[in-house]
Ligand binder design. Structure first.
Ligand code: SAH
Length: 275
């Protein structure tokens, strides 16, 4: 239970939907609003990537519905998920739509919110810590570093049709983004690596695969861009992939692995000129 009055949190009204990000896994990364929603919700509709430790925080008596979508497994269709949310809200329930990471980062949160707008159902969006930032932080990899990059790109490696997204301008990303963070990318990693190298990225550029970030099963594989594709099959899911010089910082910043405090020679970090 959190002291919602002291924090000045809004009431979770019956018939309202809260679209909430649960973060990458560690329950400690839940926001106060997310905990408040778990305390109050009558109905929780959750995704595949929501950690079971977080679901156990739901109010006893709340209904829990799985609405996960994961590649390769039978999953509910998006219109059915949206219909369930709307039905529960119209029944007067406080509906908590719980999603992994941030609901609006490759999570269809906005699509569901637009369906609520069309149905005239009041809602709130509660951001969560996205895997591409918080998950990397748990691996000791910052997404920006002053000496290295003043831009970062988050990109999905998987289109809604299941292919390498053609709408992504890979040559532009290769040229313009010193750090590239890839979601849902393991399946198509060989093609993605090829496109980044064809776009001018160094084959020996540091890269990492961070699997099950911020959970007890977290695994981090540090490698080079060239070797990345070969490691994809060995990596567990879910995983984020990061390409860029910031990966080198893990040598000093792996606080979870107990290395924090170790001195890192800044020399191996490639500079980015103006940043
Ligand atoms: N809304 C989510 C992303 C959903 S897309 C967010 O903001 O994090 C699903 C992808 O997210 C996965 O394929 C993986 O790339 C990434 N992901 C989610 N949770 C993760 C975790 N704990 N560790 C590593 N990657 C994760």
């Amino acid at each position: 239970m959190i002291d919602s009055a002291r924090l000045g949190l809004p009431a979770f009204e019956p018939g309202h939907v809260w679209l909430v990000g649960a973060g990458p896994g560690d329950p400690g990364l839940l926001s106060a609003l997310a905990l408040h929603a778990l305390d109050r919700a009558d109905a929780v509709i959750y995704d595949a990537l929501v950690d079971s430790r977080i679901l156990r925080l739901a109010r006893p008596g709340a209904t829990l519905d799985y609405a996960g979508k994961r590649g390769g497994r039978p999953s509910p269709r998006q219109p059915d998920i949206t219909a369930l949310i709307i039905r529960q809200a119209r029944a007067g329930h406080r509906v908590l739509r719980l999603k992994g990471g941030d609901p609006c980062v490759f999570g269809r949160g906005a699509e569901e919110a637009l369906a609520l707008v069309a149905a005239g159902i009041p809602f709130r969006i509660v951001p969560g810590i996205t895997a591409g930032i918080g998950g990397l932080a748990y691996a000791g990899i910052p997404v920006t570093y002053r000496g290295t990059n003043s831009a970062v790109t988050f990109v999905t490696g998987h289109s809604s049709a299941g292919a390498v997204p053609d709408g992504v301008d890979w040559p532009a990303i290769a040229r313009g983004s010193p750090v590239v963070v890839l979601y849902m990318a393991l399946k198509h990693l060989p093609q993605i690596v090829e496109r980044l190298i064809a776009g001018g990225r160094r084959r020996d550029e540091p890269a990492a695969i961070v699997s099950k970030a911020s959970t007890p099963g977290q695994q981090v594989l540090v490698t080079t861009l060239e070797q990345l594709a070969g490691l994809a099959a060995a990596a567990e899911t879910p995983a984020v992939v990061v390409v860029g010089e910031v990966v080198r910082l893990r040598a000093g910043l792996d606080w979870l692995g107990g290395l924090a405090g170790r001195r890192l020679d800044p020399a191996p970090l490639g500079g980015c000129g103006g940043c």
